[in-house]
Design a protein around this ligand. Sequence first.
Ligand code: SF4
Length: 359
Amino acid sequence: MSVSGGKDSLATLLIALERCPAGSVVPIFCDTGNEDQAVYDYLDYLEAALGITITRLKADFAEQLAAKRQFIARDVRTRREYRRVPKTDRAGNPVYLRDKAGAVRLFPVLDEDGESTGELAPRQAKGWDGGRKVRWSNKAKRRALSVMFPSGNPFLDLCMWKGRFPSRKAQFCTEELKRNMAVGFQLDLIDAGHRVISWQGVRRDESANRRHAKKSERVGPCLWTFRPIVEWTAQQVFDFAAARGVQPNPLYRQGMTRVGCMPCINCGKAELRQIAVRFPEHLQRIAEWERTVGMCAKRGYSTFMADAHSAADRRQVFADLNIWARIEWSKTTRGGRQYDLLQVLDEPAACASAYGLCE
Ligand code: SF4
């Protein structure tokens, strides 16, 4: 039973403790190293209130970092990497596709849905750019090797190893820090001769990705998953815990809609604003991490919250997307151009729960 310190895993844990024989529930917590102290304190509270022991699992990337250091130090590759880019002539004018007779070819113009608009237009030819070296430059090597040592923090070590922060499209943090740790723990139990039912606090109304989540599944030999609250709402989850006299994580009363990494790489404007007001020390830490992980990146920078950016100059990209710039962005209205003056005036209230937990 994976416990995150959040409301859903709490309700699932309470159901498991009620239904299963004593001693057969094994709660685990996968520590990412990017959590608020309130989460660790809350786990201690749960252990005392429910009379259980929660096994803490923490990923260790010391081996991977040592291997990466060796790889960077010995890197002597001579290959270049090329990209396809729109072609221009020496004067910088676009080069269009032409037919065999040398006339510019015209192609149907498509709308956003891919339907023809009935108009015709030329199409720019594409060619290969000059390429760039695959090898780490000596300067980048010196920079990376000066900081790439295990810090003992799984999230930071993972990012130093990968040379970047995770993103929505490359969400390796969940995989490396949570899923692999939990699955490894379950496989060890199976190897020791146990049958494992992985209880998961997943609800269908949480997100579009989870709307088809099944209540139970057989994953492999001796391994099943069970999701007892899959049809519940967030309110039912809080009510269930309240009926059993167990407090929810105090972070819900401080404007957080979810409990986990502080902040998460995917967190929205409202949550980032709350963190900036209530937990500025975490943002200071993220700014430090951006500096360290940037030094471990071949291109020299990496930002915690990634976004599309058209600038070619990496200093410009970093200036626009670093954590302090993202906090400024979080104070703006939709579109990111105008300041939301009412939000800027926001004082941290005693309870800012998005779930109406205020009494
Ligand atoms: S997706 Fe967010 S909450 Fe999950 S591990 Fe990554 S940063 Fe943490």
